[in-house]
Each structure stands twice: as C-alpha cells, then as structure tokens.
Design a protein around this ligand. Sequence first.
Ligand code: SAH
Length: 518
Amino acid sequence: MNNTVFLVGAGPGDFKLLTLKGLECVRQADVIIYDELVNTQFLREAGDDCELVYAGKSSGCHTLPQDQIHAFMIEKAKQGKTVVRLKGGDPYVFGRGGEEAQALRKSGIAFEVVPGVSSAIGGPAYAGIPITHRDYASSFHVIAGHSRVDGQHANEPDWDTLAKLDGTLVFLMGVGNLRKITQYLLDGGKPADTPAALISRACGPNQRVVTTTLVHAYDAATENDIGPPAIIVIGGVVSLREELNFFERKPLFGKSVILTRAKGQNDRMSQKISDLGGEAIEAPSIKIVTIPGNRALELEIARLNLYKFLIFTSQNSVDIFFAKLYEMGLDARSLAGTRIAAVGSQTALTLSKKGIRADLVPRRHTAAGLVQEISLLFAPMDKVLIPRAVNAPFAFSDALNADITEVGVYETIPDHSSRELALSRLREGRADYLTFTSPSCVSGFVAQIGAENLPLLDPVRIIAIGPVTGLAVQSHGLRLHRQAAHHSSDAIIECIKEDAHCQDAPEDSAEPTQSEAL
Ligand code: SAH
C-alpha cells in the first residue's frame, strides 16, 4: 500500500516560520529526508521512531545524488511509510522540488506540497527590507544566481531585461557569481548607486547583513567575508533597512548562550533565547538516571498516609515519584492528606500539571531560608518524606527538626556527549554566556570540557540560577558574572537580557551566601 509523500517547505531558518501544516507533517512522519539549510530544531519534533535521512546539499557537494533521493522517497512510500521531504524555504523555489514531485507522479506515488516561506522573501524581511513598497518597488523578481550546470540548458537570465526592471531583484545561490551578476546588471544600464544588500544566514542568530551599492557589492562581499548561503537584494527597498530592522534589534540578537541542564530540560530556555533573537547551544552536562525498580520508593508510597509532609526539590523528583505512583495503580488522590512543598517555580509547575497545587513554594533558596520557611509548616515530630537525588549534597535530615525520610529516586551523573560542541564553540570564541541551574551542572560541565580547558571560559559570562550554584562556580576557580534574581530559568534569561543591554555596566555583585545545595 503506497503512502503519501509530503514535500514540505521548512521556511528560511527561524523554526517558528514553519507552517502549522508543515509541523503536523514532521510530527507524523515515518521518514524525513532533509536538506542542509533546514534548521535542525525541526527534527526534534519528529517522533522517536522516525527515520532521519540527511540529503545535505551544501553548495557543490551533494551528499545524496538527486536520483537517489527520488528512489529513496519512492521506496519508502511503497513500504507504506509517511515520507516527508523537508526543504529549506519553499519546496518549489529552486531546490528541485518540482523535479521531485514529477518523479513521484511518474511512479504513481501520491504527494502533497506544503508551501513554505521562501528565503527570497523571509530573508530580506528579517534584514529589515520589505520586498515591495509603494515608494520603491511594485514587483519583485527572484533569480537563481548560478546557472544550471548540466549543459542541457544555458538557463542564463536575460540580463538586459533584468537591468531595466524597476522591481526588487533577489538572487539566491548567487554569492559565488556576484562579480558577474553585478557586472551584467551595470552593463545592462542599472544605475551604479542602486542600493544592494547581502544577507547571509538569514532569519537566525548568525544573520549578517551588509548594505552597499550595486557597483560596490562584490568588494563588500569579499571584504566582509560573505559566503553561502546568502541572499542578494538589489533595489531601492534596501534603503529601508535602517528604519525597519526589527530582528537585529532583539535583546539577545548576536548572543550565544550555553545551556548545561540534562537533555530534554533545556527546551524552555532554548525557546526563549531564540524568541529573543539569540542562539542557544545545548550542552547537557548531567544525565538524570532514575533508580531502577526502587522498592524503597514503593514502600514509602504504600504508606504515604503516615506522612504529613512531602517535599519535592526538583522537577525530576516530581516526575519520577508520580511515574511510580501510577505504576502502582494509584493517582494524585493518594496525596489528599499530605501537605506539599515544592522548591523552585518549575517544580511547582510540574506538580500543577499532575493536578497538585503546592502548599508552599519557598521564596528563598539558601539552605537557611528554605529550612526556615519549610519549618513553619510542621511540628517537631511530624513525618516528612523527601524523594530526591541520591547524590544530593545537602541533607535535610540534619537541618530540619522533624522525622525526615529521604528516599533516593534518581542519580545525576556527568554527561560528556557535548564535549566537542562545547569546546569548539569556546575555542572559536562563539559563546557569550554559560548558564548553570545547579551545582551538579557546574561539576558536570567542568568534567565534560576537562580542567585543562577551563581558561577557555575566561571571556565567557557565567550566570548562575542562585547562590548555591554560584558558589559551585567559584569553587572551581571560575568567575561568576551574575546571579539570577529568582530561582528559575526565566530569571536566568532576564539576567542575560539585562546584562546584554548594559554590557558596559559594572559587574553584578553576586555574593553566594551559604550552601543550600539541593
Ligand atoms: N527553496 C529555498 C531556496 C533553495 S536555493 C527557498 O525558498 O528559500 C538555496 C539558496 O537559498 C541559497 O544558496 C541561498 O541563496 C538561499 N537561502 C536559503 N535559506 C537561506 C538563509 N537562511 N540565509 C541566506 N540564504 C538562504
């Protein structure tokens, strides 16, 4: 039974410019064949069992030849799989989408096209250049900047005609040919001072735009080292960039931030950073390993009615505790008689998703503050259960005057899988901020890059979620740049935003108090 192939346009680079229909296709795909230009964030939306195939066509180097892409799509569709061919921008703008559709049609495979925002339009928009404007251009023309090289068709545009058009000219795949393009247009009579823009890596945190004039465009590209992928825009609309440049004015534009939480826990921060125009570099430094089986936890859950209080110190403990509860055939009603404290707003949020509103979310996160606030809840002999990490450094039983039972539900171990990524960004000086949300992330990150590489962190601004984590940063001999105002990932982002805003302001006096490591 043949299945449908979807030719999906992924948009020009910003993940959120993918259409709803495109996102639905990605989520439902059995196989995704994707290109070089597609932001890899799309692939995270794919199901766990989805087969991901890179067809990476970067300029001149075809990882998968075109006929093999056709054959592969057809073969998978014939196996009854839902195939998504994900292409940068719009699938029918250059990129050979038309040929792929023809090949499918010829083989009797059903296909659908999901149009995308072409970089020809989206790229200039993110550079502050409207592709048309009543005062400047009432048409636009998108031209392939390199001719077809198979020798069958010359496919050269009519340069004299192009030169005479008043509309905006947009060249894709044109940087390699820029000298020729500008020369032909000048020869055709286009004024030398026509505004021109070169937009490299549009719609993403590494977007770079050079504005110049037609006659200087080639030199400007060379001087500024503009390489593919880039969009060349020629026309009066380019002069609007100064006024309409919204993207590069976003608070974190041009800033890169390393995130060190466990895999799967960086999504929210990552999202926020890219919404603010920055680049999130995910380098998980710890792994959360659930204690397998965990008879001890089962035992405590079975006698939950004996406990007056339950303290959750992290999202992980909430998730693991509830997974066990459900596994035992129970649900949130088992907690009806228990009062609950959640440390950190994210922990409280995770709890609320399970239908539980925490009785207390301590405002302070130092050990002393926490203990003080929590102590107000119970009497000396009350029984308190704390499901938490086995290797958490701080022992509640020493600090709280109550009958405390701490049960280990997970362990944090170092994750070294992002070592190369982190090191290469640090060596290239392409990491502005490094964020830590717990002491274990700090030691995990240090272990990951290796103590010998710590000097690479000198120019990097280190931000900690709170005093305990700040202290852990300093205990490794690292310089803490700032500390978030509240114990939450949102507060870390706020902190970076403020810092980026006043880069020259004196450094914050982050003064970790005492260890309250949770
Ligand atoms: N189908 C795509 C175009 C494919 S041709 C679309 O509709 O956008 C590939 C060319 O598109 C590149 O050589 C470059 O000129 C341009 N391009 C695509 N995405 C780009 C981006 N994010 N930044 C700059 N140029 C881009």
